[in-house]
Design a protein around this ligand. Structure first.
Ligand code: GLP
Length: 208
């Protein structure tokens, strides 16, 4: 594991956007998994810019959304679906066959997990993962204590996750469960970037 400290959010984001672009150049059929949230927002913007300006061929990549709030409609601006659609899929005009996101409104969440695991397995594991870290140390919605072998699953959210998560929503929103790609997939991924931005994440990073 390597730790890199950047001067600011801009530099952190530019570095990771360049790493993703390079990975796509190296493996055009990259299986890329990204978190949503505040930390990767600028990375997504810079990545789109780079791919379009440098005319990098991303027509063969497959994209996976790391997690989603269970029971939240996709059109809610705080949903991970909304983040990925507006920040990546629309500007890049990705084909729907190129991305897989959990349907957190599905009546069969187990089937959603099975579908996600099947996509990952059929591609031989995730090539590149870009994850953030929650204030309680969660990765995706793998709350503290989650097994390192966990595959995609549904989880009861921690109180910290429910309260910190309000920052994504215009109105107070009831959050109970999350659906997430598990740590087992992260452990098996070929490359993982775990990004943290700002002083408020310093303690949790030290503990990790
Ligand atoms: C959220 C998400 C994670 C995200 C993390 C940090 O609850 N489930 O995937 O990485 O918390 O988010 P942020 O980057 O907004 O601090």
């Amino acid at each position: 594991m390597k730790t890199i400290c950047f001067k600011n959010y801009q530099e952190l984001s530019a570095y990771t956007a360049a790493e993703i672009a390079d990975a796509i150049k190296e493996k055009p059929s990259l299986l890329l998994c990204m978190a949503s949230g505040h930390t990767p927002a600028l990375t997504a913007e810079l990545l789109v810019k780079k791919l379009l300006e440098e005319e990098i061929d991303y027509s063969q990549i497959t994209f996976l959304g790391l997690d989603e709030w269970v029971g939240l409609p996709r059109e809610n601006e705080g949903s991970c679906y909304h983040f990925f659609t507006t920040k990546l899929f629309e500007p890049l005009q990705l084909k729907p066959s190129q991305y897989f996101l959990f349907d957190a409104m599905s009546g069969d969440l187990k089937a959603e997990c099975t579908k996600m695991d099947a996509v990952i397995d059929s591609n031989g594991g995730i090539d590149l993962m870009l994850v953030g870290i929650g204030m309680n140390g969660h990765i995706g919605f793998n709350e503290p204590g989650t097994s390192f072998t966990a595959l995609s699953h549904v989880i009861e959210l921690d109180e910290t996750t429910k309260s910190v998560g309000q920052k994504y929503f215009k109105e107070k929103t009831a959050l109970h469960q999350g659906i997430t790609i598990g740590l087992g997939h992260l452990i098996n991924a070929k490359k993982v970037f775990l990004k943290a931005d700002g002083k408020r994440k310093a303690d949790v990073i030290k503990k990790r």
